[in-house]
Design a protein around this ligand. Structure first.
Ligand code: GRF
Length: 195
């Protein structure tokens, strides 16, 4: 797989740790980012190649995404994982990889899509939230669900505290889901057809 990140890359790190075991049936061929993200250090540590394609170097979102896609495709991955990749990808990018493009999102979709899912769940007074891993479609966090795991929101919990607890669950679910895809226990074509 190729993993795309924007930030600290704790989900990436969980995948790198898992893939380090010969018993794990998936490998990370490269890590990409839309900025010189801190998480790229994890890739360096594991000797995994990385690339940065920053939108500020391009005239349009489409031109940026085309270059990002070129970098991804260079590695010919079977799967592309958005793990905290905080930019919306244009339809051409999604179509070129679909359904082998998945995203992890810190809420129980369809509740609280978008970049502020944890904040939005607390603001709405929700008592439960969680993680969704889904196939990426052309909308924002609207693609077919592959796996979900829920979590109670504790009274008085801050956004940061809740997000940290979500991320513990998120890392586990991502590692398990990627393995299930690699072992063909989950068929992304089927997931996309069903919904
Ligand atoms: C994750 O919760 C991801 O779902 C969200 O941002 C967070 C990224 O965390 N979109 P990290 O960079 O993997 O630590």
């Amino acid at each position: 797989m190729v993993v795309l990140i924007s930030g600290g890359g704790s989900n990436l790190r969980a995948l790198l740790d898992a893939a380090d075991s010969p018993l794990y049936g998936a490998r990370i061929m490269a890590v990409g980012a839309d900025n010189p993200a801190d998480g790229l250090a994890h890739a360096d540590l594991f000797g995994v190649p990385s690339f940065v394609v920053s939108p500020s170097n391009f005239d349009s979102r489409e031109a940026w995404a085309e270059m990002l896609l070129e970098n991804v495709n260079f590695f010919k991955p079977d799967l592309v994982v958005l793990a905290g990749f905080m930019r919306i990808l244009p339809a051409e990018f999604v179509r070129a990889l679909s359904p082998k493009l998945i995203n992890t999102h810190p809420s129980l979709l369809p509740n609280f899509p978008g970049a502020h899912a944890v904040h939005d769940a607390i603001s709405a007074g929700a008592t439960e939230t969680g993680v969704t891993i889904h196939v990426v479609d052309e909308g924002v966090d609207t693609g077919p669900h592959i796996a979900q795991r829920s979590l109670k929101i504790l009274p008085g919990e801050s956004e940061g505290e809740l997000h940290e607890r979500i991320k513990v669950v998120e890392r586990e679910l991502l590692v398990e889901t990627v393995l299930a895809i690699a072992e063909k226990k989950i068929d992304l074509n089927q997931v996309s057809k069903i919904s």
